[in-house]
Ligand binder design. Sequence first.
Ligand SMILES: NC(=O)c1ccc[n+]([C@@H]2O[C@H](COP(=O)([O-])OP(=O)(O)OC[C@H]3O[C@@H](n4cnc5c(N)ncnc54)[C@H](O)[C@@H]3O)[C@@H](O)[C@H]2O)c1
Ligand SMILES: [Zn+2]
Ligand SMILES: [Zn+2]
Length: 298
Amino acid sequence: MKTKAAVLHGVNEEWQIEEVELGDPVAGEVQVRLASTGLCHSDHHLRTGQSPAPFPVVGGHEGAGVVVKVGEGVTRFAEGDHVVTAFIPACGVCGPCSRGAQNICDEGAGLLTGLSISDKTHRVTQGDVGLTQMCLLGTFSPYITVNQASLVKIEDDIPLQQAALLGCGIATGWGSVTEIGGTRVGDTVVVVGIGGVGINAIQGAKAAGARHVVAVDPVKFKRDMAEKLGATHTFESMEAAIPAVGEMTWGTMANTVVLTIGEMKGEYIAPAMALTGKGGQAVVVGMGDYAAMDVSLN
Ligand SMILES: NC(=O)c1ccc[n+]([C@@H]2O[C@H](COP(=O)([O-])OP(=O)(O)OC[C@H]3O[C@@H](n4cnc5c(N)ncnc54)[C@H](O)[C@@H]3O)[C@@H](O)[C@H]2O)c1
Ligand SMILES: [Zn+2]
Ligand SMILES: [Zn+2]
């Protein structure tokens, strides 16, 4: 079918709304009419070239909508189902999936190759040119055709606009604190970078029962929102937070430090470690230049 998509043709170019051809679902695939999609900083990394993907790329990886077509052999979905996109597929049968680690499913190797994991061909095309679907999804379009492993079914009465954010920002931020960071009741948690991901780390820390929920962001609006949604303290920089976290924890520092800065750099590791207490964890969520090798660490 003909549809539209926001397409990126090269590094530092503008997103262009263009007509594209979307293929029908092949075996194992599902077509979804999207109601909503979010813009994650990871989409912006495509534009700056910090995440390499074959151009042209259809951006977007957090969406929600309704299944309109199912391909042969699809077992998980039927027409009319409400779904959220998953930015890493979960095949359910590879080694990591079998161990309950769907976040590192082996099919994730295909995330930015441009080819569908179903049959290694392009599902979105413009003439002879195959387009990459960001994270195998490409949700900057009214319709997507994706492998069933890239979708999660939700209840019909959940509003799709809000559900779209579960595709990346909410799951990533919340999980970084509760699953990876292992936050427990009474802990001190520091979240650095209060964007779409970080604000959900704040809410995860609050829900997990953290005593001190510390938000760090240079932008005042972000700090104000963090306070509204669960932060107990806010600071403009990690450097400003270090002595204050020392004081509020009697020198034991934070149990969990989550780095959700938009553009991650190696120089952020040293202050993050200074914020982290003995036996604590620093969780690097933010992404930076894929080729960067440097980390500053005492
Ligand atoms: N690991 C994953 O699975 C995963 C998933 C989603 C997003 N990400 C990455 O997480 C990061 C955050 O994504 P987002 O969509 O929330 O971005 P965003 O742009 O919405 O938010 C980034 C925030 O960082 C703040 N910031 C910038 N420099 C800072 C600094 N030095 N100290 C403190 N805060 C600073 C900004 O003011 C902004 O509020 C990005 O790098 C993104 O690519 C990773
Ligand atoms: Zn994302
Ligand atoms: Zn798997």
